[in-house]
Ligand binder design. Sequence first.
Ligand code: ATP
Length: 872
Amino acid sequence: MASPAKKRKLNDPKITPTPIRNLDYFFGKKKVEIQPPSTRDATNGVSENEVSPNLTDEQLARKLQAEWNGETPNAGDPELTRDFPEPGPFDYTGAQQRRGSDSDTKLIDSAAVSSQNVEQKDKLEPPGVVNRPAIFGWKDHKTLSLQAAGSAEDTISSNIPFDEDPLTFAPATYVRELKGHWAADSGDASYALLTRCFVLVNSTQSRIKIVNTLVNMLRVIIEADPGSLLPTVWLATNSISPPYISLELGLGGSAISKALKNVCGLDNKSLKALYDKVGDAGDVAFEAKKKQSFTLRKPKPLTIKSVYQSLVKVATTQGTGSGEAKQRIVDCLLQDARGAEESRYIVRTLCQHLRIGAVKTTMLIALSRAFLLSRPPGADFPLKSAKELAKLKKENLAEVWAKPEEIAKACFAKRPNYNDLIPVILEVGVCDELLVRCGLALHIPLRPMLGSITRDLSEILTKLQDRDFSCEYKYDGQRAQVHCDEKGKVSIFSRHLELMTDKYPDLVALIPKIRGDSVSSFIMEGEVVAVDQETGDLKTFQTLANRPRKDVAIGSVKVDVCLFSFDLMFLNGESLLNRPFRERRELLRSLFTEVPNHFTWVKSVDATSQDSEIVLEFFKSATDIKCEGIMVKILDNLPNPRLLVDVEANSDSKEASEVAPKAKVEKEHEKKTRRKALLATYEPDKRLDSWLKVKKDYSTTFDTLDLIPVAGWHGQGRKSKWWSPILLAVRNEDTGSLEAVCKCISGFTDTFYKANKEFYEEDGDHVLSGKPSYIDYEGGHPDVWFEPQEVWEMAFADITISPTYTAAIGMVSDEKGLSLRFPRFLKKREDKGIDEASTSEFLAGLWRKQEEKAPSRVGKTEGDDEGEADDG
Ligand code: ATP
């Protein structure tokens, strides 16, 4: 399954607007492909139209049975099932799947391919059988055995109040009963339990409730079935592997629509109608399953482990027949899902859009709290008493939660893989030992430190008063994290932790030359930039993007690159993360060898806030040679005492007098508060003010946002052939929704409009047939809904509170969202996937920042809407 990072680009900085083929696409296609009623579906053996949704389940089942009896002379011949394990009751899905030639057809019980024994089945099948005709069998049953679809639902799980306060929730109350219930099957925690958690999380917008629900669910798993904790965490975070291990589900919308048809007895028309109505594949499954009162065999209860294993199986199945094998696993998952809710979440999981907002940070917080209150049987790490914690004041309780939270986040930032984290947490809990046992490791990428945006150079000088800092060129290439062990093995990871060693064989070959004699192992960071090999001149990001991304043979490299290194995080078996930047930089520069036009250090100049001329000159020189701007990094952990005195002595200087009195007070406050936070250490996964970035685009007066275009209206007059305005949205990280923030008509050229219209062509592959439920927009009806897939960088005049737009609703106002005044398109962010678009949280942060600067705007509500400025 693709992690957000994987979904983003898989190492490819180049825009490759891969058409995301969603259900709409396939349903849309199918519409024209529907066969005449008389034609039997080549794959299903039953024409689509014959599986009418107008029949009740029972009618449908009886109809299929009658057909089958009439048409299958060998039905009931035990010979045909002899090689296979004991089948379950008649499987009507299997009946629909029957296909292939008669002579070599073995009838395989598709029930036996339940998600739990996919492994087993694959062993039983001779090679190639994955392609074979399926499928049905029985034991003694020669007639249909109808099972009430809902009867098997797990009512114990579906009543657990996971959303209760974790300090009153008592897992023990449920553990014994659950274990008894699970013992009837495999003994493993049921998927119903996870579904219950998803349902509750999905029913609230409250972050506190979401965390509480996850904490309680995790506690039950920890106490009742710790072996299921790891798959639980993967499933709840909607992934199956870390980004640097390429495990892709690789399921198209067609596999899911096929499964819905196979399992729920829907035909294309009804499936499309349902999808148009609810707009989310998971919700389609929910509706379809709700209507289905009977299945033709008893579903085998899904467990958390089995679902996870099935997903891994889907991701790892390759080669001839893999499409069918994957389809069968998907069908089985959906068959075995008990009840409508399980079906909804299975399908959402398969679509990689779980929409429960259990993103990484929420999960880490929930894990840290769960392990403060619960431990698995046999473990002996200390716990906190929920009763005692309940007596604490809010702020004291927050302090108790804070430390383990930090530990969990720090571990995951250094080793972002639940497969590493969970087994150790189960053993030792969330404590300092976890930090040691789950630390930095070679060939496992750490999450990179990030730079905070600043709008101009003066903001840097203000923020970094009394500090020594380094200004570095901000090169326009691809960030690379290079790992090299004592044996010389090299791994290279992208900014989003994907493995890209194969992409840069020339860099790999370079490593022995740059590694000084005293260096045995290291982790280094730098920017890979396309350069002219003769002159060393920097080339554009687009040139770099033209490099192929996989299996590049060293002889075939046409775009030469240079690695401009800027940090060293690990050296000779030792982590350097806690060393100040000045020291790390010194090691980097002294222990490695420059290879002209192939490997060097970022160009830099050291300065203080009093060196504004130097900083400005440096910024200009950076932009002159096509750099994006500069990065400014704190060099030492402590303020420079000499500068501290100087600042105070110079408080009447021009610079200081330019600062408004209020800001002066704030600055004093900053001195006390922020200075402490401005460390020169390398802080994985943090965006702190100790790294600041100033881009040339920012030298104008505003911040920019990376927004997702989600819909459009037919333009007027000259623009009637194009989409204008275009609706844009931010990402709500908690809910997974896209929240509309503004309409834009400004900044687009005619060429852009034309290309945009061609890309989002009506009824084309990149538009949706209706408003998807994951888009929040209460305004008028757009003429077209785009399949969200692009990120556009947008400028704007300011942010206003809006009654129309829902972006960041609840963050600055309970009923109103935020919108942008005079939004203006700047450029497509070709290097960003939609998972990296700006979040509602970020937007709210910008709003607060704006309000701090100009409080007069507080409460100012947007005019009528988007303040559509002149078209560009
Ligand atoms: P971010 O990576 O901060 O989330 P982003 O994707 O929008 O944001 P930019 O705003 O372009 O990226 O800025 C950060 C990137 O700049 C780094 O990830 C790195 O690839 C690049 N970079 C270039 N030069 C340097 C440098 N000297 N130090 C650190 N990063 C640099």
